[in-house]
Ligand binder design. Structure first.
Ligand code: UDP
Length: 327
């Protein structure tokens, strides 16, 4: 298939581009390089542009007849979404509606969309199943939920075939260590811990050790970025006109902040000092997926089980790229 991957120069998008290309698809990347890197993309496949530029989008769809779109491009800092919701709603909601308009105009009716477990807000139960209430506690989660709803309505009215994949904690890096996670600023747990091992920061701060979890620190479901990529490919192959898939992508197992730090200590051989600080606003105690629906629907099984292999792949990337794509 000829596939347009928005955000294909970003973290999850770049891993998906690799896999789609390996699977024989004709892959083109649309990215504004705001949070993405040219170095993360295969040569000659990057189309620079912004989803807020409707003329540019029309041009891109006029240039080639795409069979499907994978839509990763979005802003994803929860904290910034609280202080600057206008930018988040504009980019994530208006940008996606522009994309859907351009797709309709060009008769492209298949899309795989990056959604998030943040659409569930603070769940009453764990693990989380797809049927549970979606009640986001920050603008970022709302922007994704709004698009899930739009996709339902577009499927019904226009025959769009879609998958909304609700990621839990995307983590890890390509097995060969050539592409990986590089956020500026970095806010995610695993890269921050590994920066301590690299001598780039003194210690890791643990946000809260008084949660109702076995060791008092937050539990998250860390899912390897290549497992996310394989799920996208499987979802793409199952898209049907007028129908939508909404699936959790997680492993079904959680790891606490302290368990992640300990895994990084073992992998790097570094002591990685930590200090405990107050809870971070908006962090639920536990977010773990019931991923059985995705496993069944997509005939998909995450390859990376447990935090160790995820940390191992992340360390390979960070050790060989201490400044990310910057050098
Ligand atoms: N976390 C932490 N210290 C940090 C960064 C994150 O204790 O410096 C915790 C955070 O509170 C959460 C978990 O690590 O419980 C994962 O956070 P991350 O920001 O990586 O992903 P999120 O769960 O927010 O999507």
């Amino acid at each position: 298939m000829k596939i347009l991957v928005t955000g294909g120069a970003g973290y999850v998008g770049s891993h998906a581009v690799r896999l789609l290309t390996k699977a024989g698809h004709d892959v083109w990347i649309f990215d504004n390089l705001m949070n993405g890197y040219k170095a993360a993309t295969p040569a000659g496949r990057l189309i620079e542009g912004d989803l807020l530029d409707q003329n540019r989008l029309a041009e891109v769809f006029a240039e080639r007849q795409y069979d499907a779109v994978m839509h990763f491009a979005a802003l994803a800092y929860v904290g910034v979404s609280v202080t600057d919701p206008a930018t988040y709603y504009r980019n994530n909601v208006v940008g996606t509606l522009n994309l859907l308009d351009a797709m309709r105009a060009a008769d492209v009716n298949k899309i795989v969309f990056s959604s998030t477990c943040a659409t569930y807000g603070t769940p009453d139960k764990s693990p989380i199943t797809e049927g549970m209430k979606q009640d986001p506690i920050n603008p970022y989660g709302y922007t994704k939920l709004v698009i899930e709803r739009a996709l339902d309505d577009y499927a019904h009215a226009y025959g769009l075939g879609f998958a909304a994949l609700r990621y839990f904690n995307a983590s890890g890096a390509a097995e060969d260590g050539t592409i990986g996670e590089d956020h500026k600023p970095e806010t995610h747990l695993i890269p921050l811990i590994l920066q301590v091992a690299l001598g780039q920061r003194q210690e890791i701060t643990v946000f809260g050790d008084d949660y109702p979890t076995p060791d008092g620190t937050c539990v998250r479901d860390y899912i390897h970025v290549d497992d996310l990529a394989t799920a996208h490919l499987a979802a793409l192959e199952r898209l049907q006109p007028g129908k939508g898939l909404k699936l959790n992508l997680g492993t079904g197992a959680g790891a606490s902040v302290m368990e992640v730090i300990d895994a990084c200590r073992r992998e790097t051989g570094h002591t990685i000092p930590h200090k405990v600080a107050p809870r971070r606003a908006g962090d639920p105690a536990e977010l773990v997926a019931d991923a059985s629906l995705a496993r069944k629907t997509l005939d998909w099984t995450p390859k990376y089980v447990g935090i160790e292999p995820i940390v191992k792949s992340a360390w390979k990337w960070h050790k060989s790229h201490p400044n990310g794509y910057g050098g």
